[in-house]
Design a protein around this ligand. Structure first.
Ligand SMILES: *Cc1c(COP(=O)(O)O)cnc(C)c1O
Length: 396
């Protein structure tokens, strides 16, 4: 059983001790329970386990002790009553929405979304008769117009990938509730350290744990968190048990250990990101730097308010000379990797137009602000001087 005091701990303590469920061996490090099923002492105990009279694991698609440790630790970090771990970030987004929606329901989402989220909202859900539409997330007047009509779910990501536009989560939550809907925030980009959407009024938060939560490039994982008990018990829980997007105990074990260091990693990554962004602003070959932590960002004040005074771990910028100049610069880097992941403790850079957002039409790319000269840099925990030297080599 986990510590009864854990809700009163400060964040750093929650991250290393929260949710710990020690076995009778007293192991100091969280145990990995690599098991599918669980044995009962008696037929009576089996019956009581299935009807919920006693707390006993029954099958790892429904629950597993290592997975529970991850769920409980992440719930403490988020300040949520409930957390369900998922096999990936996309499993989390799909299950959060599909468990709730039915044919005829209406979804409004911000336009600038991770590719998988765009597919779920634009293609997968409409196949089942869900009506979906998009607005420019940072433009509150578009939200006001779209949410003047009843809505079932509003789905957003902030900061937006890769342009780092900020959506006013509290304002969109208020409009969503007035329209009778629930606000779902995909918080993978900001991380649970910098932004807590439930505190800002969101109803459901999803994560790709693959990003900042692992942060070390190893496993896929995801999670759904909420304080809405009826959503969790009546909608998500039966969907989750029967559809089977469960996180594997091995991945849960990696992720529960990852949470121990997430605050240290994300804090250092954000400090490095701010330093890198300020440095890039001084380079003549860089036309424009997009980073919410810089006062040059159009929504700097809002970002500071809702992201714990940080601009996050990702910096996007435009290189003078378009695609050719961007490719040339990427090819000259020797410390920073060319890779399309983010939130990792190794710095990595990508050219969104030709990689992560390649599938979109020219018009869609333009609407999302993805130009041929734009690159996205996810900043790691390396020494800042090595990062600056590498960027100077490529751009100086
Ligand atoms: C990566 C990502 C996802 C998908 O996560 P996976 O773990 O790769 O399935 C969803 N949303 C956002 C914002 C992401 O960055």
């Amino acid at each position: 059983m986990s510590n009864k005091n854990e809700k009163n701990w400060r964040q750093s303590t929650k991250l290393v001790r929260g949710g710990l469920d020690r076995s009778h061996h007293g192991e100091l490090s969280e145990a990995m329970f690599l098991t599918q099923a669980y044995a009962y002492d008696s037929a009576e105990q089996a019956e009581q386990s299935f009807n919920g009279e006693i707390d006993h694991y029954v099958y790892s698609r429904y629950g597993n002790p290592t997975v529970s440790m991850f769920e409980n630790r992440l719930a403490l970090l988020e300040g949520a009553d409930h957390c369900r771990a998922m096999a990936s970030g996309m499993a989390a987004v799909y299950c959060a929405l599909a468990s709730k929606l039915k044919s005829g329901d209406r979804v409004v989402a911000s336009r600038a979304l991770f590719g998988g989220c765009e597919y779920v909202i634009n293609t997968a859900l409409p196949k089942f008769g869900v009506k979906t539409e998009f607005v420019d997330g940072s433009d509150l007047s578009q939200w006001e117009k779209a949410l003047a009509k009843p809505v079932d779910i509003v789905f957003i990501e902030s900061p937006a990938n890769p342009t780092l536009e900020i959506i006013d989560i509290a304002a969109v939550a208020e409009l969503t509730h007035k329209a009778g809907g629930k606000l779902v925030v995909d918080n993978a980009f900001a991380s649970p350290i910098l932004q807590k959407p439930l505190e800002l009024g969101a109803d459901i938060v999803t994560y790709s744990a693959t990003k900042h939560i692992d942060g070390q490039g190893r496993v896929l994982g995801g999670a759904i968190l909420s304080n809405d008990q009826s959503y969790i018990e009546d909608e998500l829980q039966p969907f989750y048990r029967n559809v089977g997007p469960s996180l594997s105990p091995f991945n849960a074990w990696v992720l529960v250990k990852s949470l121990e260091t997430i605050e240290l990693r994300v804090t250092r990554q954000s400090e490095n990101a701010l330093a890198v962004a300020s440095f890039l602003e001084t380079l003549p070959s860089v036309d424009r730097v997009l980073y919410p932590g810089l006062s040059s960002h159009p929504q700097h004040d809002l970002a500071m308010k809702q992201m714990s005074g940080s601009g996050g771990t990702v910096v996007s910028f435009e290189i003078a000379g378009g695609r050719d100049a961007a490719f040339k610069a990427l090819n000259k880097l020797s410390t920073i990797d060319i890779a399309n992941n983010l939130g990792d403790l190794k710095s990595m850079i990508t050219h969104p137009q030709t990689t992560t957002h390649q599938r979109l039409s020219d018009k869609e790319q333009a609407a999302m602000g993805i130009s041929p000269s734009l690159v996205r840099l996810s900043v790691g925990i390396e020494d800042i001087d090595d990062l600056k030297e590498d960027l100077t080599r490529a751009l100086g």
